[in-house]
Design a protein. Structure first.
Length: 87
């Protein structure tokens, strides 16, 4: 399964990330470590995010965990920039 991903590391609930997409629409998913493994295994998984055609997208970590950001799109036509938002 081809996808772009970032291992964001461990974050507490409330941390926020801005995802800027250029070149294509995409499904942007924030997943805890267990759900990311289920995604890789082809099992059922849950994620926070949505199909996005407007950029930038802001995602908020809902609870403490180790997080991955997954972008499902045509990897050859999309550019993605991920930035943590600090208040």
């Amino acid at each position: 399964m081809e996808h772009l991903y970032w291992n964001l590391g461990s974050y507490a609930g409330g941390a926020r990330f801005e995802v800027e997409l250029r070149g294509s629409t995409a499904r942007v998913c924030l997943m805890g470590i267990d759900n990311y493994q289920a995604y890789l295994d082809g099992d059922e998984y849950e994620y926070h995010g949505d199909f996005c055609d407007v950029s930038p997208v802001v995602l908020e970590v809902p609870y403490d965990d180790h997080w991955y950001l997954v972008v499902d799109s045509n990897n050859r036509t999309i550019k993605v920039q991920v930035t943590q938002i600090f208040d």
